[in-house]
Write a protein that binds this ligand. Sequence first.
Ligand code: FES
Length: 274
Amino acid sequence: MAAPESLPLKTLRQSPLLSSAAIADGIFRLEFDWPGPAPKAGQFFMIKPERSSVFLPRPAGAESFGGGKLRFLIAVRGRGTRELAAMRPGESAGLSGPLGNCWEDFFPPENPGDGGSGGKAIALVAGGVGVASLSSLAASYPDREFDYYLGVRAAFKDHAGEAAFLGEAALHHRRLLVAAENSGAKHRGLITGFFDPVGYPAVFACGPEAMLREVAAKCREAAVPCRVSLERRMACGVGACLGCTVVTGKGNRRCCADGPIFKAEEFAFDEQQQ
Ligand code: FES
């Protein structure tokens, strides 16, 4: 029987983990064998280890895909992500996806001022593992230039540590500014304290909602188009359970099926319930 439109059949596979690398404190890059459909930049997967004590899978934005290998950045935040970080190569996880909308749906960004972002660099603002979604965007448009603004908890110890964290994102930027919250940081504080959208044709952001709210406010003030990818708890990932409902100026939307990317000006930051 065909699935109803609100319940799209998505690929669910037990996929072996090919590699796992700790790239910062509590942050891992996992690489899975993935013979399924290629994700578009900004899409996500639901993931759960085959042997797991948690009921629900965790959503994770795909960082990159190539040669049948699918990569994710995972930040350990609770039991589910701890189990993912503890996986060893050869063990399997259930992967469902690709899910959600994609950056392509918002690209090139509308900007009547320059006819659609012209040739100017676009700003990407990332909080922690949010860089994964944005680096997939940058990789999709190799003829465009991007400036990265990245916020992390602790400053990278050296260039190698920074390169390991950024992964392929290191290949696709014109400029990189990293802000960290610890005392050894060159730019100490939240990334929103260093980011200024003025002069950019558009801004794309992914990270914690508090960060997105500030980025969106700055963009609104500067009249710069802003698109945000949200990080939300999810259950089904396909729009069926309404567990990820977000409030927008156009009514309630499902983050997993209608998002996770929204126009910042349509997202009601003050009305969300997490
Ligand atoms: S997680 Fe079920 S509707 Fe989004």
